[in-house]
Write a protein that binds this ligand. Structure first.
Ligand SMILES: Nc1ncnc2c1ncn2[C@@H]1O[C@H](COP(=O)(O)OP(=O)(O)O)[C@@H](O)[C@H]1O
Ligand SMILES: [Mg+2]
Length: 257
């Protein structure tokens, strides 16, 4: 298989108040190879979440096509894990029960996923909190639970929508390290959308730069740093050159608007 995800010429329009059309993303081409970690950066409102929802099969494009795993999208939820800015945990369920939620949604037996869940809990540093409730956990721990829930099915594709942006700076860095270490065990094809350029450069193999209104793919930059990456690479000269380059690409488009 050449690409796990292939978007060709995708355009999405929203109907505002049933009258005006707003073009959220326009003529987007995006290919993701199996095992690749792709980040999409762009300013708030440039269509990142819309793009992610198209890849997830939650929005059908008005134009263009989406191919996932060599099929036109058939909405198979089991093959895609998603993590959002907010952990969206059910407050009346403990950690294990929250992680089992996607299993129950597709009608499978959580019992057969207990070992898988416990492994993920261990890898994400949540051991001892299996029976804790969301309100007993810090924001960072809640996002770890959300990561376990996204990975419980060993998804073919992991979608991350600004998953660390509501965390404080120190916890966010801990989550970057954690993601890198979880990927040492199982390497997921991943699409991360973020407005945080440092996060994109640190985590991804390729950064797609989006311009806004309507959202378009402007350019892309390959990130060559070897894995596993230590978060301390963010202090290197080369890392900061990549960040500066992408930042200037984002502000160039600002001047054009
Ligand atoms: N459900 C919706 N209905 C109407 N407009 C929307 C809807 N969702 C997003 N938009 C608009 O589409 C544009 C892109 O939004 P979004 O994909 O959420 O951008 P981002 O995630 O980059 O902030 C924005 O102008 C936003 O206001
Ligand atoms: Mg968004």
């Amino acid at each position: 298989m050449e690409y796990l995800v292939k978007l060709s010429n995708v355009t999405v329009k929203y109907r505002n108040n049933g009258r005006r059309y707003l073009t959220a993303i326009s003529n987007v081409d995006l290919n993701i190879s199996p095992g690749e970690f792709v980040a999409v950066v762009g300013k708030s409102g440039c269509g990142k979440t819309t793009l992610l929802k198209v890849v997830a099969g939650l929005i059908k494009p008005d134009e263009g096509e989406v191919v996932f795993n060599e099929h036109f999208f058939n909405g198979s939820k089991k093959r895609i894990g998603v993590m959002f800015q907010s952990p969206l945990l059910l407050p009346w369920r403990n950690v294990l029960e929250n992680i089992f939620l996607p299993i129950e949604i597709v009608g499978e037996d959580p019992e057969s996923y207990v070992n898988r869940a416990l492994t993920l809990i261990e890898r994400t540093g949540l051991k001892g909190f299996e029976y804790s409730y969301p309100w007993e956990l810090s924001g960072g721990m809640q996002q770890r639970v959300a990561l376990c829930r996204a990975l419980i099915h060993k998804p073919l594709l992991l979608l991350l929508d600004e998953p660390f942006s509501s965390l404080d700076a120190i916890t966010r860095e801990e989550m970057w390290s954690l993601l890198e270490s979880v990927f040492l065990y199982e390497n997921y094809t991943t699409l991360l959308v973020t407005h945080d350029i440092r996060e994109a450069v640190l985590l991804s193999d390729r950064v797609i730069v989006m311009s806004g209104k309507p959202g378009r793919v402007k350019t892309e930059v390959r990130v060559p740093f070897k894995r596993p990456r230590d978060i301390s690479i963010q202090y290197s000269k080369e890392f900061n050159e990549y960040v500066a380059k992408i930042k200037s690409m984002l502000s160039e488009q600002h001047e054009l608007q």
